[in-house]
Design a protein around this ligand. Sequence first.
Ligand SMILES: N[C@@H](CCC(=O)N[C@@H](CS)C(=O)NCC(=O)O)C(=O)O
Length: 446
Amino acid sequence: MSTARVQVSACALSAAVNNRRLRPTAVVSFTNHFRKKSLRVVSMSSVPPSQPFEIAVKASVTTPNRLGDCPFCQRVLLTLEEKNLPYEPKLVDFSNRPEWFLKANPDGKVPVIKFDEKWVPDSDVITQTLEEKYPIPPLVTPPEKATVGSKIFSTFIGFLKSKDPNDGTEQALLSELSSFNDYIKENGPYINGNEISAADLSLGPKLYHLEIALGHYKKWTVPDSLTSLKAYTKAIFLRESFIKTSAQPQDVIEGIRGSKPSIKQTLQLTLMASGDFINKSLSLPPYPEMILEAVEALNDGNGSNKTSISKYIESRYGVLPPGHKVLLNVHLAKMRDSGLLDFWKNNYTKRDPNAPPRRGRGRPPKPKELLPPGIVLSPPRPRGRPPKGPSDMQRPPKATTGSGRPRGRPRKMARPAGGFGETSASSLKPSARPRGRPPKVKPELI
Ligand SMILES: N[C@@H](CCC(=O)N[C@@H](CS)C(=O)NCC(=O)O)C(=O)O
């Protein structure tokens, strides 16, 4: 949170003064908690809260006591700012999430806000609740416009993560950005026309991450030809609410570099390792659905191999769970076994229910010769050693050597009880000779 750049009073007051439709109903204390300094501003909300909202947000990894990189947190902070609602950010150190926070949200994710003594996660839920509780100024985006630009984030992540310049992820992003550019040209300057609305507050932070991350990691910038998009980002990034709530660029860069599996993702991996995994959540459709979608979209007559299916899913959905490759393998195998997919020469195709079954690998079995009527063959001997039956209990005697001596090394003789000194001469037959050098025979004294 950069408090040096923007005065809280300027931000909050300008938002209030700009809204001429409303009559101030209350004067509340607004605390700039990043600077720990209270300022009085006019709230334009119809029923102002008596206390600032406590909101858990990600802490910076580069600078102590500063807001970190989280577009979902910024979305909620922007909503609070644009609605002139007081809040108290609680910075959560992701490298060591405090206990109170994990109790508030066991998923370990931010943002989480306290409404009526209850912690509520998820930026969708939070912003919607804020809209319902504090409808003034309204930030509702009409449903038909609410999904405009909604694929930009996933295609951006797909391109950011891609290592192959020709895998189509850059093109996918450019195509989303260019459709958005055309939309804004026609309908702008904001998604809902002249007034900023919830959809802009969601998309703005994502475009901010996109510009910083792709500039840093890919030396890539939004083409200058997309003039309406450029004007749109400028208008949002320069809003006081945005400047006040945006992450520092170095945090965006570090956040991407150090992104680790979430608690939920780790849990999923653990479940998966225990063979108990169901592809729940992560906001992704189930794997079978994504796989079928990929095979259909790739639409290759010869089918699609695992790599192209994976690349398609990645470019389409962007953020994938760690262990994605394992999951993909598991689900492809299941779908193959259950007959949803055909597998042929390393490629998968959707099973045509009317197609004859494919011939398996290897030489086809020999056709059976027809026998003259009446002739019945004894059943072929099954493969392998026949099972042991009760008759096996009376084994035939083992083969012996020609000499009559049993096969193998003769069994060791037990030592005679009285020691070798007492061995009688008659017991020293070759076959019964005890181990070791025979004791010296003492000459008889005359
Ligand atoms: N759907 C959630 C997503 C929140 C989210 O993914 N937050 C990230 C930070 S940007 C997070 O807390 N990640 C931590 C983790 O996954 O362990 C929302 O809209 O609030």
